[in-house]
Design a protein around this ligand. Structure first.
Ligand SMILES: Cc1cc2nc3c(=O)[nH]c(=O)nc-3n(C[C@H](O)[C@H](O)[C@H](O)COP(=O)(O)OP(=O)(O)OC[C@H]3O[C@@H](n4cnc5c(N)ncnc54)[C@H](O)[C@@H]3O)c2cc1C
Length: 516
């Protein structure tokens, strides 16, 4: 449209822009073609046309939509749908030959679109191996499984459980490399605490393994350092757990709307020793411009619990009934029902089907970025000190006012008290820092009139808690974080940077949040 203007200068600059666009477009096209030809010659008979999608191919547009939060600035040179580790190796070799960067992708659920880039997207989604050990305690998985597929296979083939997160379509690789957080982690540890070995292709295209004894630094950094920095993971060995403690459980949900109660609720929650009662829960406070009162919801389960009466007894012991609500309690008998319950949906007659179909790869992909902004912090008021009620009064008042500012739509603030599964491991034992030391995980999900507003309000809320926050949590990548390395890794920052530099000195891997 602007190029229709008649002024001479404008006409000339418009011509230049069009030419530049054409030139850079054809440069991109050339790079894409050269990359595909390199793959063809490197792989010989192993090359298949469906392996590489470049601009102009039908499959290219489809793959652009395989992100949960696509970044409109990303224009991939090519997508590689790897079905074998050799494809990853050759993709890295060809990318380097053509001086193009690489980003791995698994489930595409990064909240800042980290699984896509203006380079080669090395997608591992088709690596779906599932090889249980003979004693049923560990399993080797392909890096492309989604969490839903993992749950389904563990349940049907091994009768085992793993601390997965909330959405079946999240990729196992991205989830585990960034820690992997859930209510179940309070018992079983973060997802990555249960990875015994990572197998990856490094920035030179070589296969390497990392475990406690072999390349311990890479193993350390792979647990919570975040994906896409050290190499492309193609396989992992997981420790899996018996389901017995979670089979008999009582799912519960309770909520009320009344803003004046919120400080008291937050104070009680902070001090609640739920883990001692075998209760695994999360609380959410919703603040919406369409309602004058904030609403709190407590959702979770009494695990290892035979009856509603038993769960009610645990609530009575811990003061749940002091609040104006009547929790709804539902006893169940299968751990798969527990997993469906904490994923945020109601328990259906076919929970296995929920994980199987909900876990289809890239199932929740989108072509446009939403206007939501998200962050999560590891919160502890201060070491050895219980926060006074006034702290919670001020905190809630601040959040309530900020989330009701003109142009805001809503905020959800999620709280999870951290259990021993997470905090019994030291902050220097893996690249996960703050969660090991904190009392609570607090996540802000903000929806404003537009993305800029959401990002701004999310930053304001995160900064309010900064004096009491040990680090941000990288599974909820926060694009507004100022000092990325210390922000995510706290005192682990320099070690993380060192490992990253050693593994990828020339930035073969294109990170949206580079550490150096
Ligand atoms: C709806 C939803 C629910 C979520 N629920 C939870 C939850 O309950 N708990 C939690 O902890 N997190 C949760 N998350 C966050 C999620 O776990 C992270 O965003 C995770 O990184 C996504 O992994 P992915 O493979 O799906 O994403 P991708 O976008 O494919 O990858 C994420 C990052 O990992 C890298 N990566 C992917 N595969 C590989 C590989 N094979 N080798 C090396 N690097 C790789 C990518 O380059 C990118 O940097 C949720 C996110 C969404 C959108």
């Amino acid at each position: 449209m602007p190029c229709r203007m008649t002024s001479n200068i404008l006409t000339r600059s418009c011509t230049l822009i069009v030419l530049l666009g054409f030139w850079s477009g054809s440069l991109g096209q050339n790079q894409s073609t050269l990359f595909r030809e390199c793959m063809r010659s490197q792989l010989g008979q192993l090359f298949q046309e469906s392996l590489v999608s470049i601009p102009g191919d039908i499959g290219y547009a489809t793959r652009l939509g395989w992100s949960f939060q696509p970044d409109p600035n990303d224009h991939p040179v090519a997508f590689v749908d790897c079905t074998d580790v050799i494809h990853i190796q050759k993709a890295i070799i060809c990318a380097k030959q053509e001086s193009i960067g690489v980003c791995p992708r698994c489930g595409g659920h990064s909240r800042i679109g980290s699984g896509m880039c203006s380079g080669i997207v090395v997608d591992v989604w088709q690596l779906k191996q599932f090889l249980p050990s003979s004693d049923n305690t560990t399993v080797i998985i392909g890096a492309g499984l989604t969490l839903g597929e993992l749950v389904y296979r563990l349940s049907t083939k091994m009768n085992r459980i793993f601390p997965v997160g909330h959405s079946p379509s999240v990729g196992t690789s991205g989830f585990l490399l960034a820690g992997g957080f859930s209510e179940l982690a309070n018992d079983l540890g973060l997802g990555c605490d249960n990875v015994l070995e990572f197998r990856l292709v490094n920035a030179s295209g070589t296969k390497i393994t990392a475990n406690r004894n072999t390349r311990p630094d890479v193993y350390w950094a792979s647990c919570g350092g975040g994906g896409g920095r050290l190499g492309v993971v193609y396989q992992m060995t997981l420790k899996v757990h018996p389901t017995s403690r979670y089979d008999k459980h009582v799912g519960f949900i309770a909520s009320f709307s009344n803003s004046s109660w919120m400080p008291a609720y937050l104070e009680w929650l902070y001090n609640w020793q739920e883990h001692n009662l075998s209760i695994l829960s999360r609380s959410t406070i919703d603040i919406s411009r369409s309602s004058t009162e904030a609403r709190v919801t407590l959702r979770g389960a009494c695990v290892d619990s035979l009856s509603s009466q038993n769960c009610r007894g645990r609530f009575q012991a811990s003061g749940v009934y002091q609040f104006p609500w009547t929790p709804s309690l539902t006893p169940n008998t299968k751990s798969i029902q527990y997993l469906q319950w904490i994923s945020g949906t109601s328990v259906t007659s076919d929970p296995l089907g929920y994980f199987n179909t909900g876990g289809v790869s890239h199932g929740r992909g989108m072509t446009m970025r939403s206007s939501d902004a998200v962050t999560a912090v590891s919160f502890k008021y201060s070491i050895g000190q219980t926060p006074p009620r006034q702290f919670f009064v001020d905190f809630f008042t601040f959040v309530d006012q900020t989330c009701r500012a003109p142009g805001m739509v809503r905020c959800s603030i999620l709280f999870q008290n951290l259990g021993r599964g997470i905090t019994n491991i030291g902050p220097r034992a893996s690249a996960v820092y703050g969660l090991r030391l904190a009392k609570q995980w607090i996540s802000f999900r903000v929806q404003g009139a537009n993305l800029a507003m959401s990002e701004h309000v999310k930053d304001v809320l995160r900064n309010y808690l900064a004096p009491h926050s040990l680090s941000a949590f990288i599974n909820y990548e926060d694009r507004g974080l100022r000092n990325i390395s210390v922000g995510y890794y706290g005192l682990d920052a320099s070690r993380m940077i060192k490992v990253n530099k050693r593994m990828d000195p020339t930035h073969t891997f294109l990170s949206k949040q580079p550490l150096f």
